[in-house]
Each structure stands twice: as C-alpha cells, then as structure tokens.
Design a protein around this ligand. Structure first.
Ligand code: SAM
Length: 285
C-alpha cells in the first residue's frame, strides 16, 4: 500500500540526489564540475537563457524557489537588483552558494520550503521556480506563498510537468509500464534487472502492485524510481489554482522534447506540441 507522502521524504530524496549532478563526471563542487554542468544544462534546456533574459531583471528583486546545482541562479543573479534563492535541502543550498561564489555573483541563499517561505509579504518583483513545485506534497500551499511574497503587479514564472505531453501518455503510462512488466517477467526467468528497472522492481517488492497504478507509477518515472513525489498536471487545473491566489496566468508554453538534442530549432517546434515542461508566466493582481 502507498503511504501518505511527507515533505521529509522529499528533502531526503533531493539531499541524496542533487538535481542533475549525476550527468557530470567531474568532482562534485569543483570549478570544472560547475562549468560542465552549465554547458550541459544550457545545451539541453537551450530555451532557458533567452527566457530568463526576457524577464528584464535589472532593478528587480528576484526569488528562485528550488535551486539544484544553481545554474539558473547564476543567470538570475547576474543582472538583478537582488537575488534570493531557497531550497529544501542543505545540498542544493551549498551547491548554489558555491556556484555563485565561484562566478563572483551575489545572492542570499537560504534553506526552507516553498510551502512556508521565510520572507516578508510583498518582498519580490519576480518569483521563479523551475521543475520544483510538482515535487512538494501540497502545491496549493506553494501558490499561496508565492502570491504572499510577490509585490502587487510582480511577475512569476513557474515550470511544472504537464499531462498533455508525449512523455506522460506514451513514454510513462504506456512504454515504461509495459517494459517494466517485461523486465519483471525476465527477472522471474532468472535474468538480473539493471539500473532503474532494478529499482522499480525492488520498489514493487516493497510496496506491492499499487506502485504500478495509474496515479502512482508516474511519480517514479521522471526523476528516478525512488523519487516519491513528481506530480504531473493538466494546464487548466494549474491556471485555476494559481488564479485562486490572485496569480493571473498571462501565457503558457511547453518546452523540452529532448529526443532531438542536435536539432534545437526542430526540438522547440516539437516541444510546443508534445513537450513535458510547461512554463506558466503571469502577474500578481
Ligand atoms: C528537479 S530539482 C530542480 C532544480 C532546478 N530548479 C533545476 O531546474 O535544475 C528540484 C529541486 O527542488 C527542491 N525542492 C523540492 N521541494 C521543495 C520545496 N517544497 N521547497 C523548496 N525546494 C524544494 C529540491 O531540493 C531540488 O533541489
């Protein structure tokens, strides 16, 4: 049976799995590690630098929620009046603080939760959060907090996993599920599963068949089998929930269809239809 999921589980998972760091084979927190990570990230998510640039951060107080290695933080911090970053984990707070320091950038980096932000009301002109709020137990609390800390008229930019995508319907719900059943069948016949398939099979042994249910399985198919919370949303439910807290969505667009890494322009077009990362831009009314 799947138990209710707690913020402590989220913290523990991300503390042990500094987001994206496993793609880089250099010593963690070395200068070369950060250089390689930025190169990797801004090649794969090539849409991010122009999106941040278009936010015109000069003279703005910026808050980023959920930092990982802090690559985006370096872009936000570069031109803004002030930059504040917050993350649930010691690991990401350290990683981002060091990242900024190595590039001689300023920032106030703190540990805390998006569900309970340790900032005064009306503190920021821009709040950004990329790939974070779908990992927390109660996303509604985070929208309430974003609204509280934004100045009236301030802007937000939030990226969340979206259901209207190839990744959700075809890759996760169809292919991964069938492939896992096949891997389990092979395992029964004596073959040893590898990588994520092994972790999935171990999880099924621990939690039972409910792990494979329509609702539960996707949580384990985005950031690794041991990630407990990775919600995937419909656009309308997010727009309505943001609106409930006075956060009016003015634009949304999908990105990230990484099967065509070598053709970034084509990737952008396909991602617009099939992408998994939906950005929501808007203002606090
Ligand atoms: C998938 S990573 C994304 C990091 C970065 N924004 C990026 O796109 O690479 C998720 C990050 O969000 C953080 N996180 C998850 N839940 C959070 C919460 N409730 N409050 C603050 N940070 C949270 C995790 O610790 C982790 O560093």
């Amino acid at each position: 049976m799947i138990q209710e999921k707690k913020i402590e589980q989220v913290e523990s998972f991300w503390n042990e799995n500094l987001c994206g760091s496993h793609f880089i084979d250099k010593e963690k927190f070395s200068e070369q590690f950060y250089t390689d990570y930025r190169a990797y990230r801004f090649k794969k998510e090539h849409h991010i630098p122009p999106i941040i640039e278009a936010m015109n951060t000069a003279n703005k107080d910026v808050l980023e929620i959920g930092l990982g290695v802090g690559a985006d933080a370096t872009l936000w911090a570069k031109n803004s009046k002030s930059f504040t970053g917050i993350d649930l984990t010691e690991e990401a707070v350290y990683a981002t603080g060091r990242h900024l320091e190595l590039l001689n950038l300023k920032g106030n980096i703190v540990k805390g939760s998006a569900e309970n932000l340790p900032f005064e009301d009306n503190s920021f002109d821009i709040v950004s959060s990329h790939g974070v709020l779908h990992h927390t137990p109660n996303i509604e609390n985070t929208f309430k907090e974003v609204s509280r800390v934004l100045k009236p008229g301030g802007s937000f930019i939030i990226m969340l996993y979206t259901k209207d995508s190839f990744n959700y319907w075809v890759r996760i719900q169809f292919y991964f599920r069938l492939r896992l059943l096949f891997e389990m069948f092979k395992h029964k016949l004596g073959s040893q599963p590898k990588g994520w398939w092994k972790e999935h099979i171990d999880n099924i042994k621990k939690t039972g068949w409910s792990y494979l249910s329509w609702e539960e399985f996707p949580h384990h198919c985005t950031d690794g089998p041991n990630c407990d919370i990775a919600n995937i949303y419909y656009k309308k439910e997010i727009i309505d929930l943001l609106q409930k807290y006075g956060l009016k969505v003015t634009n949304t667009k999908k990105y990230h269809f990484p099967v065509l890494k070598r053709f970034p322009k084509l990737e952008l077009i396909l991602a617009n239809y099939f992408g998994f990362f939906r950005f929501y831009w808007g203002v606090k009314e």
